[in-house]
Design a protein around this ligand. Structure first.
Ligand code: PMP
Length: 390
């Protein structure tokens, strides 16, 4: 594939050839028996990936933001208190969405590179009557990973729904929705799920569905209203034709293909692969004396890495040199430090060979820009870390 560049941004990612082939099939009717089967299978496979045998899955055309919107629109009513735990750009987005639906939001913002201490979360919850809290599992702007388990325990203690933005984590980081007691876990297709952009995917717990059913006011968003979508999801699971909004037929065929690939690998193995590769990648980056944005390795994501540019190196020039070495990485996103760091996605079907290519391209780009360093150091550290862990 001459001229192909390796796409290593935090979504969209590199997709499996089988997934892209599935996308290119002749489009069928959304009520064709074959497609009903594919949709039904996809809903069932989602429960395996989310580890949520009891959950209610939703597959709707849209992006991760629509999945966030759907959680807020269906679960929140005017004046409900919601606690937003923010570790970057996407935490703030959740607050904006919730505010639109009239929520009374309180945001706990972590300093850049850190997470929010549990004590601060409990202190807030103690003030009473929070209907829900939101967690960004991996904030893609900072590469910070939050452990949802202790936060969900606190949410349960204070009778609060827990909503996980898993856009940059589902099918990459460890998630055990039912066992952990998470009420909503949502994502978009273009990240570790491994399907081109265009699908909003969400799993709601029995409790979340109960809270939604007992709403006193109508859902203030026509397209996102579960009243419109629940009968459709139920029909596809029962292998019956139905219609509300035309489903993205080709994307859903691609989704089934990707979910099958994910389940064939197995979620536990897949999470380990992400952890191993991320650890080795961080070792490679730090061997170049580059600084990683998360302040400790415990909170460093396994789906992407955010790295500060070295002193004296122009960020835009570095990104364009990396691109001219046929690897695409992403610039910064967090407004306060946007021009001082860059981000590398390593999720989905990522392999050690992909990351060797990335490290090689970063090294060459730095050397071409006159950065004072020894070539080969990052590759050596990466290899050593992989050999040590295997
Ligand atoms: N949340 C997180 C953590 C994300 O990374 C993103 C996308 N980068 C979103 C939400 C929004 O998803 P989308 O761009 O698919 O709307």
């Amino acid at each position: 594939m001459k001229g192909r560049k390796l796409l290593m941004i935090p979504g969209p990612i590199e997709f499996e050839p089988e997934v892209l082939q599935a996308l290119g099939m002749a489009t069928t009717s959304h009520v064709a028996p074959d497609f009903i089967e594919v949709f039904g299978n996809s809903l069932e496979l989602m429960r395996q990936v989310w580890k949520s045998p009891k959950g209610q899955p939703f597959i709707v055309s849209g992006t991760g933001t629509l999945a966030m919107d759907m959680a807020a629109a269906n679960l929140i009513e005017q004046g409900d208190r919601v606690l937003v735990i923010s570790t970057g750009y996407f935490g703030k987005r959740f607050k904006d969405i919730l505010d639109r639906y009239g929520a009374n939001t309180t945001i706990l913002e972590a300093p850049t590179g850190e997470d929010v201490p549990l004590e601060a979360i409990e202190k807030e919850l103690k003030t009473g009557n929070f209907k829900a809290l939101t967690i960004t599992h991996v904030d893609t702007s900072t590469g910070i990973l939050v452990d949802p388990k202790p936060i969900v325990k606190l949410a349960q203690k204070y009778n609060t729904l827990s909503i996980l933005d898993g856009v940059c984590s589902v099918a990459g980081e460890e998630i055990n929705q039912d066992e952990w007691g998470l009420d909503v876990v949502l994502t978009g297709s273009q990240k570790a799920i491994g399907v081109p952009p265009g699908l909003a995917l969400l799993m709601a717990s029995e409790k979340a569905m109960e809270v939604w059913k007992n709403r006193k006011t109508p859902v203030c968003n026509y397209y996102a209203d579960w009243n419109n979508w629940l009968p459709i999801m139920s029909a596809y699971e029962e292998r019956r034709p139905s219609y509300f909004g035309t489903p993205a037929v080709n994307l859903i065929v691609a989704l089934e293909t990707s979910l099958k690939i994910i389940c064939k690998e197995g979620m536990d193995k897949r999470v380990k692969r992400h952890q191993l590769l991320a650890k080795a990648f961080r070792a490679g980056i730090t061997a170049l004396d580059l600084e990683i944005l998360p302040k400790t390795k415990q909170i460093a994501a396994n789906t992407l890495t955010a790295v500060y540019y070295p002193k004296g190196i122009d960020g835009a020039a570095l990104l364009s040199k990396i691109a001219s070495n046929d690897v695409i990485v992403a610039g910064g996103l967090l407004s306060e430090i946007k021009t001082s760091y860059f981000r590398i996605g390593h999720m989905g079907s990522v392999s050690s060979n992909d990351l060797i290519a990335v490290l090689g391209a970063i090294e060459r780009a730095l050397l071409e820009l006159g950065h004072d360093m020894v070539s080969g150091k990052s590759l050596q550290a990466f290899q050593n870390e992989l050999l040590r862990s295997n």
